[in-house]
Design a protein around this ligand. Structure first.
Ligand code: 2NE
Length: 275
C-alpha cells in the first residue's frame, strides 16, 4: 500500500490510502502502552476517518517491533503515569479517556479491523475486542491483567468479551489473568484469522478491500444492528439513526421537507401504506 501520512502525531501514526485509514499506536518502547495524549490523538484520527466520505474501513494496529525485536498492539494504560484517579497527562489531570475511544470505535458507522502483532494486553486487549474484526499475527499474545495491577473494565471489556467467547471463558480471562497465544485466541472465537507476522498488514488490507466492494449503507446498518442488543438505548439510537438516514434519502421523506420550505401542505397521498 502507498500510505499517505495524514498528520504527524507524537504517540500514534495516521495514514490513508485507497479508502482505508491506518491508525497505529507508536510507543513501541513501552509495548505501545497508552497515556491520555495517546488517546486524544487516537480520538482525533478516528474522528477524521469517521468524517471522511472516502474512507470505508479503518485498520487499528501498533507500530513495531521495538528495539528488542518484540511486537505489541498495545499493553493498555501506561502504569508509570497512573495516578490515584486515572492516567495523568502533562496537564496533571487524571483521565480514563480510553473509554471515549472505545465508544467511538464501537459507534462509528464504518468497520474497524484490529491487526494484532505481539501483545494485546489489558486496556489494549479491550480495544481489539471492541473492533469489528481482529486479524492476529502468529506471534500475538492476548490477555487481561486488571485484577493483577489493580484495575478492571466492567464495560465492553467484560460484557462484550463474554458475548464473544462465552461467560465461562471471559471469567477465566479476567479472574486468572493468563496469556493466550494466537491459536488459542482463534479457537475461542476471539480473532477472525491468524497469519504469519510479515503478512499481517497485507491480510488486513485484503479484508478491507473486500469490505470496500460492498454497499456502504448495508455495512453501516449491519454494524449498528450487531451493536444494538448490547448497547441498550444508545444501540437503538444508532440503529434508528440509520432508519432516519434512509428515510431522509427517500422521496417520501423529502416531500415533508420540500412542503415546509415551499410553505405548502405536504402531499403524502401518493406513498403507499405498505403491508
Ligand atoms: C505487555 C507485557 C506482558 C510485555 O512483557 P515483556 O516482558 O515483553 O516486556 P516488559 O519488559 O515488561 O516491557 C518492556 C517495557 O515496556 C514497559 C515496561 O515497563 C518496560 O519498560 P522498562 O520498565 O524496561 O523501562 N511497559 C510495558 N507495558 C507497560 C504499561 N502498560 N505501562 C507502562 N509501561 C509498560 C508486560 O510489559 C506487561 O504485562 N505490561 C503491563 C500490562 C498491564 O498491566 N497493562 C495495564 C492494564 S490496566 C488497563 O490497561 C486499563 C484498564 O484495565 C481499564 C481502563 C483503562 C486501562
Amino acid at each position: 500500500m502507498n500510505w499517505n501520512t495524514v498528520k504527524n502525531f507524537e504517540d500514534i501514526t495516521y495514514k490513508k490510502s485507497d479508502g482505508i485509514a491506518r491508525i497505529a499506536f507508536n510507543r513501541p518502547e513501552v509495548r505501545n502502552a497508552f497515556r491520555p495524549k495517546t488517546i486524544f490523538e487516537m480520538y482525533e484520527a478516528f474522528t477524521d476517518a469517521r468524517e471522511d466520505n472516502e474512507i470505508g474501513v479503518v485498520l487499528l494496529t501498533g507500530e513495531g517491533p521495538a528495539a528488542d525485536g518484540k511486537y505489541a498492539f498495545s499493553s493498555g494504560g501506561d502504569q508509570k503515569i497512573r495516578g490515584d484517579a486515572g492516567y495523568v497527562g502533562d496537564d496533571g489531570i487524571p483521565r480514563l479517556n480510553v473509554l471515549d475511544l472505545q465508544k467511538l470505535i464501537r459507534s462509528m458507522p464504518k468497520p474497524v479491523i484490529a491487526l494484532v502483532a505481539g501483545y494485546a494486553i489489558g486496556g489494549g486487549h479491550v480495544l481489539h475486542v471492541i473492533c469489528d474484526l481482529t486479524i492476529a499475527a502468529d506471534n500475538a499474545v492476548f490477555g487481561q491483567t486488571g485484577p493483577k495491577v489493580g484495575s478492571f473494565d466492567g464495560g465492553f471489556g467484560s460484557s462484550y468479551l463474554a458475548s464473544i467467547v462465552g461467560q465461562k471463558k471471559a471469567r477465566e480471562i479476567w479472574y486468572l489473568c493468563r496469556q493466550y497465544n494466537a491459536e488459542e485466541a482463534e479457537k475461542m472465537g476471539l480473532v477472525n484469522k491468524v497469519v504469519p507476522v510479515d503478512q499481517l498488514e497485507a491480510e488486513g488490507v485484503q479484508w478491507a478491500k473486500e469490505i470496500l466492494e460492498k454497499s456502504p449503507i448495508a455495512i453501516r446498518c449491519l454494524k449498528s444492528a450487531f451493536n444494538a442488543d448490547i448497547d441498550g438505548q444508545a444501540g437503538i439510537q444508532e440503529l434508528a439513526g440509520n432508519a432516519t438516514l434512509l428515510y431522509y434519502m427517500s422521496e417520501e421523506g423529502q416531500e415533508g421537507k420540500n412542503a415546509y420550505n415551499e410553505k405548502r401542505k405536504p402531499d403524502f397521498r401518493k406513498y403507499p401504506w405498505l403491508p
